[in-house]
Every structure is written in C-alpha cells, then in structure tokens.
Design a protein around this ligand. Structure first.
Ligand code: DC
Length: 218
C-alpha cells in the first residue's frame, strides 16, 4: 500500500500548484483527478454533446478510454490514445467537467483508475472527493480553501499572464457557480472529510501552504 495524501477543495484554491510542490519535495506522484474529468469533458465536446444531454454523455463515457501516463514526472491524460493534456485547462472544458462530473456513470468510470494509482505508490491526489470517497483511508487529508475573491484574483492573474483576455467579475461569478455545482450535487459532493485538516490559503503564500502540508506528512 502506498502512502496517500488527499487534497480536496474548491476550484482555484491552489490545490494543483501546492500538490505538485509537495510531490516534488517528498518524492510522491502527483495525481490530478480534475484533469481526468476534464479529459472526459474534451471527449464529450469533441463529439458535439451538450452539457444537459445525459444519455449521450453516458454513452460517450462508455466508449472513452481514459489513461494516465507520466512523462518527465508530469501527468499526461490520454483519451482513446490521444494526448489531450494541452487542452485541459480552458474555461469551456472546466465548465463541461463540472457539469458532467455529477453523473454516476462518469464518476464510476474514473474511480477505479484513481484508486489503482494510489494502491501501489506514494501519491498526493487532488480533487473534490478524494478524502471522502476515493481514498477514505488516506494517511493525511487536507481541505484547502480560500475566499472566492482571492481565488478569482489568482485565476485572473494567471490568465493575464498567459495573455488571455478576461474579466475579474465574470471569473468570480464562474467560481461561485462552480462551487455551488460541485458542493450541492448528490453524488460525492465537495465537502471537508471529518478527519481532514482545514487549510485556508487566503492570506498565506504558496511556500507557507506547502510547508504546512509537509509538516503533516510522514
Ligand atoms: O479541479 P478541476 O477544476 O480541474 O476540476 C474540474 C471539475 O471536475 C470540477 O469542477 C468538478 C470535477 N471534479 C470532481 O467532480 N471530482 C474530482 N475529484 C475532481 C474534479
């Protein structure tokens, strides 16, 4: 059994940035489960499927083969043999992932892949339901959050840096909607596990958060 660290929290809390740094420092493998939902979302979008068309989504999910590989230590997502990693981070894909992730067949598709990655190796895995559903026996559980305003500003700065046009208020609204969608769904909603450590990164630097998490690990 690998050593397992679970990191859950809302969109934009910095989970992936932090988890990647902790992974590097501790020699764990970083598993980004949001990227798997995003990979499936790309598959649905490429097939012209709309977010509300549950039947078509279930059928398309059945025919999608999602696999993860590590190249130079970076997680790569393949869907039906195609590397879709470069397309994962767009807002359109994020919205589709959030809209389709409540569907039980979509979650079931990815659950076994996530569990098997954690079984044999030391991992830090981030998502929404890792501490509550995917790895209920994780050695360390963290619920990483920050205020909506701080999360929106971070996302805004990230997009501006990439040279993308964006509007802070729109991003803030999008984050609120995503929070609502992720935490009110019936199956595996975003929620802090009872035995998770709460880390509010609103007024912490990245390094402070990384140090706090490393202090909790073996
Ligand atoms: O972390 P992210 O923004 O890449 O995740 C994209 C969407 O995928 C998110 O809005 C909800 C869904 N998701 C999920 O339901 N469960 C997870 N463990 C990870 C992500």
């Amino acid at each position: 059994m690998g050593y397992n660290v679970a990191v859950d929290g809302p969109a934009g809390a910095g989970k992936s940035t932090i988890a990647k740094l902790v992974a590097k420092k501790k020699g764990y493998i970083y598993v980004d489960t949001g990227a798997m939902y995003r990979g499936l979302a790309i598959h649905f979008l490429d097939h012209g499927i709309k977010a509300g068309d549950t039947e078509k989504i279930i059928e398309a999910a059945e025919h999608a083969d999602v696999t993860i590989r590590y190249e130079d230590g970076m997680q790569q997502v393949y869907v039906n043999g195609e590397n879709v990693t470069a397309r994962l981070r767009s807002e359109e894909v994020g919205r589709m992932a959030s809209a389709t992730s409540p569907i039980p067949e979509v979650r079931a598709k990815l659950l076994e892949l996530q569990k098997s990655l954690a079984r044999e190796q030391d991992v830090i895995m981030d998502g929404r339901d890792i501490g509550t559903c995917v790895l209920p026996d994780a050695d360390v559980k963290i619920f990483l959050t920050a205020s909506v305003e701080k999360r929106a500003k971070r996302r805004y700065d990230e997009l501006v840096e990439k040279g993308e046009q964006c509007d802070l208020k729109t991003i803030e609204e999008d984050i609120r909607k995503r929070d609502e969608q992720d935490s009110t769904r019936e199956l595996a909603p975003l929620r802090q596990a009872e035995d998770a450590h709460l880390v509010d990164s609103s007024d912490m630097t990245i390094q402070e958060v990384v140090d706090a998490i490393i202090a909790m690990c073996r």
